[in-house]
Design a protein around this ligand. Structure first.
Ligand code: MG
Length: 380
């Protein structure tokens, strides 16, 4: 904890710099018999100003975590885009309250993560930072990656979408030149994600501008931006004719009756994102959406994400996994689930300019998973 208190400076990240750790290998230097949690703020700088319906920004606050135990080190991360209500200060405050010394083994995962979840009602990203680090630690002790521990495959994994964000000209219309530039950067991938939910003219301009350049399949995220169900249906029908294959969160998250009406008529599958935070939300969304977008930062981490997948499958709902702006730590944790996903939107590390970890690699647009233990990450 003293380390964390001393680490008030955002970057560079001393705790996580190459050479400052044993990179997860056993060694005498970190041979504690008790788990030691340390954490440090980090500011992710985005390659582009990131705009969704309602906000835009160029940096994202992150808190990196590390759990050391008997010479092994597990890495974790909390990413806190402002609209989720967590901040560096609130995450640090939460993590200061986590006392892992009360547990004798990291393999008491259920007990540990239930304790962590019960500390407060919110702080899902901070909880996730503990969850990921604990999974990484336990996987490293076992010498196996989580995709393998869970019995899943690393063959024929889905492609990740890459996002072409909204770009505005000074007059509020779409900056077509900027959209073309962003689209060109996505052409090595297999699936484009487009953020809509703006005016009808701007939404349609985004799609037609991208379509002038590429026929790649598109998934659309309206981020709750379409407020009326009839309008949402018109938009979805228009999009279906232009090679769009799925729509994420078309309408405001609380409008479940309208979502069900829309789902009955929509030619495209509709996926809940903002409406789906945690395990307890999944059943409520049954009938209103075709599937759910699971994000580790929303659902407290890998343990609950796996439970959500199990429940969604039992309800015959479709599964997507997304991310926030994240380093390769949280992205690699999410990638462990790749075999179970119909859609993957795990481009968070691709969107930032200052990743300080290496982990999951995207090759020709597809997620690839190696045999590296835990979540498969190392500090750069
Ligand atoms: Mg979304």
């Amino acid at each position: 904890m003293a380390l964390a208190a001393a680490a008030a400076v955002a970057n560079p990240v001393r705790l996580f710099a190459s050479g400052a750790t044993n990179k997860g290998r056993p060694g005498k230097a970190l041979g504690q018999d008790k788990m030691v949690l340390t954490f440090e703020p980090f500011e992710a700088r985005m390659k582009h100003v990131f705009t969704i319906a309602g906000s835009s920004r160029s940096t994202t606050p992150i808190v990196l975590t590390k759990i050391a135990y008997q010479g092994y080190v597990g890495y974790g991360e909390a990413s806190m885009p402002p609209y989720l209500g967590e901040s560096t200060a609130s995450a640090m405050e939460f993590l200061r309250r986590v006392d892992l010394s009360r547990f004798s083994s990291p393999f008491q995962m259920e007990e540990i993560l239930t304790y962590v979840d019960n500390i407060t009602t919110n702080n899902t990203a901070a909880k996730c930072a503990v969850d990921i680090a604990l999974h990484d630690l336990c996987g490293k002790i076992m010498g196996q990656p989580w995709w393998k521990i869970w019995g899943w495959n690393n063959k024929d994994l889905p492609s990740t979408s890459v996002t072409v964000g909204l770009a505005y000209a000074p007059d509020g219309s779409i900056d077509k030149e900027e959209v073309r530039k962003k689209t060109m950067e996505t052409l090595d991938y297999n699936l484009i994600k487009v953020k809509l939910g703006n005016t009808e003219e701007n939404d349609k301009t985004m799609i037609t501008t991208i379509r002038e350049i590429t026929d790649l399949p598109i998934v659309v995220d309206a981020n709750q931006g379409w407020k009326e169900k009839g309008y949402a249906l018109d938009m979805i029908e228009w999009l279906a004719q232009r090679g769009v294959e799925m729509v994420e969160q078309p309408m405001p998250k609380l409008l479940l009756d309208e979502a069900a009406w829309l789902r009955d008529r929509s030619p495209l599958p509709l996926i809940a994102d903002e409406a789906c935070q945690r395990l307890t939300d999944v059943r409520k969304l049954y009938g209103a959406y075709d599937g759910i977008n699971i994000k580790l930062m929303k659902c407290t981490g890998m343990r609950e994400a796996r439970e959500m997948i199990t429940l969604a499958k039992a309800l015959n709902m479709r599964i997507m996994m997304g991310c926030m702006t994240e380093t390769s730590v949280a992205i690699s944790a999410a990638a462990q689930f790749a075999d179970q996903l119909e859609w993957a939107d795990l481009d968070g590390n691709w969107l930032i300019a200052n990743d300080i970890f290496t982990g999951m690699k995207v090759v020709k647009g597809r997620i690839t998973l190696e045999d590296k233990p835990g979540i498969g990450v190392e500090p750069l």
